[in-house]
Design a binder for this molecule. Sequence first.
Ligand code: SF4
Ligand code: SF4
Length: 218
Amino acid sequence: MLNRKLLKNFKWTLKTAINDVEVTRLYPEVMMELPDNERGIHELDATTCIGCASCARICPNSCIQMVHFKFGNPLKNKEMQFPQIDFGRCMFCGLCVDECPVECLKMGKKVIMAGWERKDIIKGPEFLATKNFSAKEVEDLEAEAKRIASEKAAAKKAPAKSGYEPIPGDVKKIKPGAEMVCPRDPAHLKTRLSSVGQRCPDHDVELVRADSIKKSGD
Ligand code: SF4
Ligand code: SF4
């Protein structure tokens, strides 16, 4: 009787041994398949992050801090500030991801994170960024950003040509279809608009009615 009971207890062991049934995994060498919507460690696309800090503001646990990172995009992120996440406080709710206006932050499938000290689980953009620029690319982008900034500054400083006079009174009373020009250089841009409030792409000033400029020269 005892022998029969013993054999019964060994039944499952023998069955799995013979049939090669997987009952354990060699974690961490062999990871289980994670679902696509897994909320793992965040992944950041530093080439599109605009440094708006919306993720940091929405985080209910205040675990996001904006820090400097030199391999982002200076054309999109002028201050070069990117999120750093304290995973010791993160509850992986995903609110920061939902809030990101350019969808450059997502939750990845990486889940292993360990450290000897508390600071080891505070991860900056150099760890989170799955996409970033090289030092050479950043140099080129910075040069481009400087060129654009100096062009804008020069356009702002350029003296207004004689004959420019802003439309007196309420600018919103302009009739749809009036001829609109750049007040800095009426010859350089002429257009017809059905609404007001459009700006000259070169001089960054609001377009004005062409006849208002003519009147000022009379
Ligand atoms: S997942 Fe939630 S708790 Fe974690 S950083 Fe984002 S908003 Fe904060
Ligand atoms: S990750 Fe998104 S929300 Fe956070 S700073 Fe960058 S652009 Fe803004």
